[in-house]
Write a protein that binds this ligand. Structure first.
Ligand code: ADP
Ligand code: MG
Length: 726
């Protein structure tokens, strides 16, 4: 479609009406098989068994599963659902499903009921098309999805969706959810036993996650006119609009009405699906927005984010928009991230990263606070690996959003508290020292946090009063990956901490709080290098970080090497989160995804050059040549006076044309060479080092041509049209 037709089409559509009559609270979780519905549709026995499966991971036997399936089905049918599906998270990053009807007709025309306990608990999707990193080849060809009772089933459109894990026949994770559940289990065990130092009643700790989803909205018809957006989710070429990001705020302070009506419809859908969204506002960049929910238990929150992204695409489509989750859809304009706010909460209702009103509660806070810092310090490179992807490479380390170097911001006041704690003497504490600590250091924390407003926006991992905020996560990503790694490293750290404290109590006869202080003091000393409050974007920090021996992996192939290091393998094994085989397989899939991503971008860019840019340039050359010939006819020998500008443009165009074509050919050569590499790591490295660098070089010439060629002859929708549609 020509871009002007696209423009017209999009403007002809009437704006959607905003209909918001139903009360939010009445809608909330209407389509979710939550506690309330379980009580209504399950037998008492089944209800209890599901609850204990959720709380302690107890297995549900087949008989009970049949009862649960029966209840779930009755509810789903009463809601008008016709199909069910196991909803899972293959390693491609999004979600997958295979729909089956609740009922089938047999040959004799009789109805056959298909949804029982066995269909609820386990399914065997045709898994051959999902990546497995070789796991399925080595072990067994089959993959299974298995019910995750900790995330409630829900109805989307007319399908009952059952959240599941996806594993191989021999139990290896083929997805992102299985490792996450194991990591959450590990952090539960480790954190519960540490929390019991402070409160014997704690029986469970769960990780909490509140993500903040950023995204761009562009007009659907215009998006369809750009092969790069359609195929890669971002613009590979395009001259930055004159009115870039330095727009006056009145321009973007108000959300355009078409966007508002989209948001309104989206929020209603979210409510019905039990996704507790609450905020919406414009981001810095034009057409960029953010959506954040109330935080939830991490596994549920991850599921909700994945579901949200699906729902958003659908609702956007209905409103004539395309939603872009890509981390850097437009050059020269802020990209999109997904901050992951994270904390730990007990079943007694305490946020372990929130200071309390008593010294004991604050010692508990400090324990979890300092252990998290220590964990991130020890495993900073691993944490960095969890947010690596081809599209996120455009942000991390590319002078935007957080840098690729992991560091922690805690603010000056908490820094001072840690400094004071560091000065505490070794071994037993004198009564004076104890009083001083309790009153003047630990006791003062809540007041300190109240005015802890000096937030550092350049830090990739910041403490924000009662939670840590991981800022490097990409907008497109499945949060399961960073959440798996963060919770695993914290679990390991807390396990080590518990051991060390117990030794001091048992062998050195220290009181519990003395032992805790002693271990924390050492952690403060040994984890100092990870704390950094300065400007994370500066070159100075890069140098300083190098001195501190912090990793600085600028691209994905480099960043994910650490997944299979000896230390990582030992860590994941000790915490029962992933086996060596799983780590290797997941790493391989990620490298594969990377290769695929760059390969597609290269091909599309080449297509743009050959099929769009070169023909447009040639067309314009012809216009100019015809014009020059005509002027020559009229002016004769004196023509140079009037044909000068045209000749000049022709020359400049020719330069860029020649260069763009030459570079595109070189890139395709490099593409082919990379594709022929023998191993996947080599392939990924070749795509990263030898293919990707051409993208920006080619773009320079294409963007220059865009500025020279007549607007009506330029075939690609321009930035200003993409970004300023209302
Ligand atoms: P910001 O300034 O980054 O927008 P907010 O204070 O608005 O920060 O909170 C951002 C997110 O933090 C929200 O989505 C919220 O759900 C989440 N959040 C708040 N408390 C917690 C917690 N204890 N655990 C996890 N996430 C939390
Ligand atoms: Mg934030």
């Amino acid at each position: 479609m020509m871009r002007f037709e696209a423009l017209l089409e999009s403007h002809d559509r009437p704006a959607m009406e905003i209909t918001e009559t139903e009360k939010r609270s009445k809608l909330f979780a209407k389509n979710v098989f939550n506690n309330e519905k379980m009580l209504q549709f399950l037998t008492a026995e089944a209800y209890e068994k599901v609850q204990s499966a959720i709380f302690s991971g107890k297995k549900i036997d087949r008989k009970v599963a049949d009862q649960v399936a029966e209840g779930m089905k009755a509810w789903a049918l009463s809601m008008g659902a016709t199909h069910y599906t196991h909803w899972f998270q293959p390693l491609t990053g999004s979600t997958a499903e295979k729909h089956d009807a609740f009922f089938d007709l047999m040959h004799d025309g009789k109805g056959l009921e298909k949804f029982g306990g066995s269909q609820l608990v386990q399914q065997e999707p045709d898994a051959s098309s999902f990546p497995s990193g070789g796991i399925r080849n080595t072990f067994e060809a089959r993959g299974y999805t298995a019910w995750d009772p900790t995330s409630p089933a829900f109805i989307y459109k007319t399908t009952l969706c059952i959240p599941t894990i996806f594993v191989s026949y021999t139990g290896e994770a083929l997805d992102n959810k299985a490792p996450l559940l194991r990591a959450l289990n590990a952090v539960d065990e480790a954190a519960t036993s540490v929390a019991q130092y402070f409160d014997k009643n704690v029986r469970k700790v769960h990780a909490t996650l509140g993500w903040e989803q950023e995204y761009f909205l562009i007009d659907k018809a215009l998006a369809q006119s750009r092969p790069d957006i359609l195929m890669t989710g971002r613009t590979l070429v395009g001259n930055s609009a004159a009115k870039g990001q330095q727009l006056d705020d009145h321009y973007f302070g108000v959300i355009p009405s078409r966007v508002l009506s989209f948001m309104s419809a989206l929020e209603k859908q979210c409510m019905v699906l039990g996704i507790p969204v609450k905020t919406r506002h414009n981001e810095v960049a034009p057409n960029q927005f953010e959506l954040a929910p109330v935080f939830e238990e991490a596994n549920l929150s991850v599921d909700h984010n994945l579901l949200l992204m699906d729902v958003m695409e659908e609702v956007a489509n209905q409103h004539g928009f395309k939603v872009l989750f890509h981390e850097k859809p437009f050059a020269g304009i802020n990209g999109s991230g997904k901050h992951n706010n994270w904390s730990l909460a007990t079943d007694t209702g305490v946020n372990l990263l929130s200071p309390g009103s008593t010294p004991m509660k604050n010692l508990q806070f400090l324990t979890f606070f300092i252990n998290t810092i220590k964990a991130v310090d020890t495993y900073e490179e691993l944490l960095r690996s969890s947010i690596a992807s081809a599209s996120n490479d455009h942000r991390l380390g590319a002078n935007e959003a957080p840098p690729a170097i992991i560091s922690i911001f805690i603010g000056e006041q908490l820094g001072n508290v840690l400094d004071e704690l560091e000065g505490v003497s070794k071994g037993k504490l004198s009564p004076q020292e104890k009083t001083e600590l309790k009153l003047n250091v630990v006791g003062k924390i809540p007041e300190i946090l109240l005015d802890n407003t000096d937030r550092n926006r350049t830090s990739p991992f910041a403490f924000t009063g009662n939670k840590f905020e991981m800022r490097g996560v990409g907008a497109k990503m499945n949060c399961a990956k960073p959440m798996t790694i963060l919770n695993t490293i914290v679990a390991k750290q807390l396990t080590d901490f518990k051991k060390e404290v117990d030794v001091l109590i048992d062998k050195k006869n220290l009181k519990k709080d003395e032992a805790v202080f002693n271990v924390l003091r050492e952690y403060i000393k040994t984890s100092k290098r990870i704390r950094f409050d300065g400007d994370g974007y500066s070159i100075k920090w890069e140098d300083e970080a190098k001195k501190r021996k912090l990793s600085h992996n600028k691209n994905t192939p480099q960043a994910i090497q650490v997944l299979t290091s000896k230390e990582s393998i030992a860590l994941f094994d000790a915490m029962n989160v992933m086996s060596e085989k799983e780590l290797a397989a997941h790493q391989e899939v990620e490298l594969d995804n990377y290769v695929f991503h760059i390969q597609i971008e290269g091909r599309i860019l080449n297509e743009l050059v050959y099929n769009h840019v070169l023909p447009a340039a040639i067309n314009y050359q012809n216009v100019l040549l015809e014009n020059i010939a005509g002027l020559k006819d009229v002016y004769g020998a004196a023509h140079t006076k009037v044909t000068g500008p045209q000749l000049n443009i022709l020359e400049q165009m020719a330069e860029h044309l020649v260069e763009a074509k030459k570079l595109a050919d070189l890139m395709m050569g490099a593409n082919e060479k990379a594709d022929n590499m023998a191993t996947i790591p080599k392939k990924a490295k070749a795509y990263c080092d030898n293919v990707k660098p051409y993208f920006d070089k080619i773009r320079v010439h294409v963007d220059a041509l865009e500025t020279m060629i007549a607007d009506e002859l330029w075939p690609l929708t321009k930035y200003r049209e993409l970004l300023f549609v209302k």
